[in-house]
Design a protein around this ligand. Structure first.
Ligand SMILES: *Cc1c(COP(=O)(O)O)cnc(C)c1O
Length: 364
């Protein structure tokens, strides 16, 4: 079996976790602060605020920027649902703009067509580890005075030119086990704005700076020292893992590029894609899936349904059509690309995919 994702936990993680367990200081404490400082440095931001999940980081980001009822937040319909739900959490309205078919990320032109006087923020998602078109999205945000919150939950270490993702606005990361690095559950908010960082720290911890003094309404959205210990060990390895992900993706694409009915992932010019997922478009996905299963190759469909078509959003009255996102959800297929794959694994994946088109893909 070749799994679609595999968290890599080594001796460093184990040693640091045991050290925390034996220290008696388990919840948010010195390890969380150390993880925040190292992550900020690594991500190229001035401040980092650790949270209990990527979803929590998004929630905190919207609250810290004072986005609430009456506000519209433009985001992508083609992502994990948290990218949009964070707007609902604060009483704002998610507005969906369609995606660029080549990169599966928010289309700046479509965003422009969704602007209203109520638009307060943009949440671009660096999907699969591919940086969004931040040059155009940031220009749009700038022109219209919009807050930029980058959902970098799949894009730790991705760059556009020399600039790391997350450097355009407030950014949110996830450390769920399938992500490019993990703390089991966990997240991080990064920003260059001291005031946003301070508000985020308060919101994550019951609005409290000093024990039992509560300045504002907050939540318990803290990371623990136990999780931060894992994160510190992972942070030291994530660059090497990302490099391996890129190499695995390049190898897969070199072998899969000429198969009729398959479109390997495009990389945005100038971008460093960190391949959280290696996602192809497949003309006849249904024909390929059984073949992968038979050979024990894990796969994922990210995502089988656009957010605007989820029952939750249908129940909220979302009825518009977003053709590019809807088409992508019918065609995408993610194959394993994670750094634990061996050369034999990669060849096995390629062989399974190559075996299909002649028999199964129409028009080939
Ligand atoms: C994983 C993910 C999230 C949420 O992160 P959690 O840590 O699972 O809460 C948000 N947005 C995107 C794009 C994600 O992939």
């Amino acid at each position: 079996m070749i799994p679609i994702a595999r968290p890599l936990i080594g001796a460093e993680e184990t040693a640091l976790v045991l050290e925390v367990l034996n220290s008696g200081q388990l919840a948010q404490g010195p390890r969380v602060h150390e993880f925040e400082a190292r992550f900020a440095d690594w991500a190229g931001s001035r401040y980092a605020v650790a949270t209990s999940s990527g979803t929590a980081a998004l929630h905190v980001a919207l609250l810290a920027h004072e986005i609430g009822p009456g506000a519209e937040v433009i985001t992508t319909p083609f992502s994990f649902i948290a990218s949009a739900n964070c707007a609902l959490y604060v009483g704002a309205r998610p507005v969906f703009a369609d995606i660029e078919p080549d990169y599966f990320t928010l289309d700046a032109e479509q965003v422009a067509s969704k602007l209203t006087p109520q638009t307060r923020a943009l949440i671009p998602v660096h999907l699969y580890g591919q940086p969004c078109d931040m040059v155009r999205l940031a220009a749009l945000a700038d022109r219209h005075g919009l807050i930029l919150i980058e959902d970098a939950c799949q894009a730790h270490g991705a760059r556009l030119g020399d600039r790391p993702v997350g450097a355009w606005g407030t950014a949110c990361y996830s450390f769920y086990p399938t992500k490019n690095m993990t703390t089991v559950e966990g997240g991080m908010l990064t920003t260059n704005d001291a005031q946003i960082a301070e508000r985020a720290r308060l919101i994550r911890d019951h609005g409290s700076r000093a024990r039992y003094q509560h300045e504002m309404l907050g939540f318990n959205l803290r990371l623990t020292d136990l999780q931060a210990a894992i994160g510190l060990a992972q942070l030291a390895k994530v660059d090497a893992w990302n490099k391996q992900r890129r190499a695995n993706a390049a190898y897969l694409s070199s072998r899969l590029a000429r198969i009729d009915g398959l479109t390997p992932p495009a990389i945005r010019p100038g971008a460093t894609h960190v391949f959280h997922q290696y996602t192809l478009r497949v003309r006849d996905r249904a024909a390929l899936l059984p073949r992968l299963s038979q050979r024990g190759i894990g796969y994922g469909i990210h995502y089988p349904q656009s957010i605007h078509q989820q029952p939750l959003y249908q129940s909220l009255g979302y009825s518009e059509r977003l053709p590019q996102a809807e088409r992508a959800s019918q065609e995408v297929l993610s194959l394993p690309v994670h750094p634990a794959l061996t050369q034999a694994d990669l060849d096995c994946i390629i062989e399974a995919v190559q075996a299909v088109p002649a028999v199964a893909l129409p028009g080939s």
